[in-house]
Design a protein around this ligand. Structure first.
Ligand code: CP
Length: 312
């Protein structure tokens, strides 16, 4: 078992299975009146976010607290990085205070691998550049597995990942994860929003496949990562790739609508998600806590500290 979680590929099929099983246990903890267990008492988890985040940062901090770990939050804008201290010196300084796990988000691809080489603590990749976001993929798998009762795997599951795939670490990690579970994944995007290395199944015609889908996974248009205009405009994008009321009416009754958040309302979703029976976007957020508890426990815990009936 690895000391760190950096990508879905490194976690492997056994690791994915282990985390999803653990997440079932953590979801049960989260349904208790007092959703807290002493599983990571004495451990310290430090969040180091160089990019903005609402879901990932707060759910990791909540997950650590529900496992009784101590938490540290590193505020980049108030740190000695501003005085020119290097990332390596910063990580080594925090590690010297006694940290068991770093949760790191960074705009540069590969930064979590560098950090992993500088510390004996566990390192969890909370998103690096356009590259990877493994815990998002895990929580998405957990959400599909739960909502569609797919505990045996995703064989034959028809998934479309729609939108700005070029800039999306979520698309890369979810594609790797869903395919490893046996799903049939199609990328749906204008050519300008596809990466140079193209996935096997790709189309720019969402309307041709929408009725056959089990999962419609919408991505955010990541304007902060675009240096040029890659689509004519949001209205044209919505007309061809957005979830409009007309497209929502063509989804199969069991089909799930997913989005990693944050949503550009009116662009990738032009209907109120709360009115879509298959939307599991809120469940994705809720499941993020159970899955991140599972990841932290997998890296830092031991079975003897997760016995039932030992809530704090
Ligand atoms: N999905 C996701 O990573 O959201 P945040 O940027 O809010 O963490």
């Amino acid at each position: 078992m690895s000391r760190s979680l950096l990508s879905i590929d490194e976690l492997g099929a056994d690791g994915v299975h282990r985390i999803l099983e653990l997440a079932d246990t953590m979801a049960e903890v989260n349904r208790r009146p007092n959703p807290k267990v002493p599983a990571l008492r004495g451990k310290t988890v430090c969040s180091v976010f160089f990019e903005d985040s609402t879901r990932t940062r707060l759910s990791f901090e909540t997950a650590a607290k529900r496992l009784s770990a101590d938490t540290m939050t590193f505020a980049v804008s108030q740190s000695s990085l501003k005085k020119g201290e290097s990332l390596k010196d910063t990580i080594e300084t925090i590690a010297a205070m006694g940290v068991d796990a770093f949760v790191i988000r960074h705009a540069s691809t590969g930064a979590p691998w560098l950090v992993d080489g500088w510390t004996n603590a566990s390192v969890i990749n909370a998103g690096d550049g356009w590259h990877a976001h493994p815990t998002q993929a895990l929580l998405d798998m957990f959400t599909i597995r739960t909502a569609l009762n797919r505990t045996g795997g995703f064989d034959g599951l028809r998934v479309a990942i729609v939108g700005d795939i070029k800039h999306s670490r979520v698309a890369r990690s979810t594609t790797a994860a869903f395919c490893a579970m046996g799903a049939d994944v199609t990328w749906v995007a204008p050519r300008t929003l596809l990466p140079p290395v193209v996935h096997q199944h790709t189309t720019d015609r969402l309307d041709d496949i929408i009725e056959d889908l089990d999962v419609l996974y919408l991505l955010r248009m990541q304007n902060e990562r675009m240096t040029e205009a890659l689509v004519p405009g949001p209205r044209e994008y919505t007309a061809r790739f957005g979830l409009t009321a007309a497209r929502a009416a063509r989804l199969a009754p069991h089909a799930l609508v997913m989005h990693p958040g944050p949503i550009n309302r009116g662009v990738e979703i032009a209907v109120d998600p709360a009115e879509l029976p298959g939307a599991v976007i809120t469940q994705q957020v809720t499941n993020g806590i159970a899955v991140r508890m599972a990841v932290l426990f997998d890296l830092l815990g031991s079975e003897s500290t997760l016995s039932e009936g030992t809530p704090t």
